[in-house]
Design a protein around this ligand. Structure first.
Ligand code: 7PJ
Length: 282
């Protein structure tokens, strides 16, 4: 039996999380990185991003997750100015594309600008722990994804350790939900994410994956799972990052089987197809 959840409110959109009308949602990853072939590169990376977004929309994406800073393990942070220059033109251009827009950031200044520009969701890998993050999102109607991360992106993969990874991640997420409700943020806007691959060993990742049902039940909120192309997939399959499609599809289906309501993926068309067959066979 799957836990029953109220619909998730994300800005202009309201997604059923249970019942007849519910189906797993696909969040498509739109990474904006500067184009190394053109000086400055911002115009070119805007064009590339918009054509990728157009493709994702045609492929059936539900939420477009725009990110201007790579948070892959060990990657250096980008400045606030640089992040804004990367993401803001994309947000303005996609504002009325008909799909929910999410911004993947942990910087309160970026959250504020993105909210003014009309994003529907804030996806924070840092769980809104930066000073000013809760205030930045408080007065909006944006959906909020709280992710668990041990340490920070530069240090998180240095020997991650837990006593009981499921209990610790659950306790962290419950505490953040509590803190958010305390400042007046409504639960109907919140989803949780155990943060696959961030401060976790392969074993931690698969333990969390198998326990998605428990995490959701104990937090009482829908869960978003992001396993796409991550190193845990590579560790099991032995494949480099550009050959992890099949592994990522299996991981997305496993997450949904365990009850995840949203999957965050690079390969939208393939994931949408896999989920359609999964649903038809359920
Ligand atoms: C995640 C994310 C994730 C959420 C990244 C990558 C690394 N946001 N942003 N969940 N991962 N909510 O995509 O490989 O797992 S960046």
């Amino acid at each position: 039996m799957q836990t029953v959840f109220a619909p998730l409110h994300v800005g202009r959109y309201c997604f059923p999380m249970s019942g007849e009308a519910h189906r797993p949602l696909v969040m498509g990853i739109l990474n904006i990185t500067p184009n190394s072939f053109s000086d400055g590169g911002h115009f070119n990376s805007l064009e590339v991003a918009l054509s990728r977004a157009e493709q994702m929309i045609a492929e059936g994406v539900d939420i477009i997750d725009i990110g201007g800073e790579s948070t892959r393990p060990g990657v250096a942070p980008v400045s606030l100015q640089e992040e804004l220059e990367r993401v803001m033109p994309v947000i303005y251009a996609l504002r009325d594309c008909g799909k929910a827009l999410s911004i993947d950031t942990y910087k309160p200044e970026v959250m504020r600008e993105a909210i003014v520009a009309g994003v529907d969701m804030i996806n924070d890998i840092n769980g809104f722990r930066a000073e000013g993050a809760l205030t930045a999102v408080n007065d909006s109607d944006c959906g909020l994804c709280i992710m668990h991360m041990q340490k920070d992106p530069t240090t998180m993969q240095e020997a991650p350790q837990y006593g009981d990874v499921v209990a610790e991640v659950t306790a962290f997420l419950r505490q953040r939900v509590f803190d958010m409700e305390n400042v007046g943020i409504s639960r109907e806007r919140i989803c949780i994410d155990p943060g696959f691959g961030v401060g976790k060993t392969v074993e931690h990742n698969f333990t969390l994956l198998k326990n998605i049902g428990r995490l959701q039940q104990e937090c009482g909120l829908p869960l978003l799972a992001g396993l796409s192309r991550k190193s845990a997939i590579g560790a099991i399959t032995g494949k480099p990052v550009d050959r992890r499609l099949a592994g990522s599809l299996a991981a997305a289906l496993a997450a949904v089987m365990h009850g995840a309501r949203i999957v965050r993926v690079h390969d939208v068309a393939e994931t949408v197809d896999a989920l359609k067959i999964w649903q038809a066979a359920a």
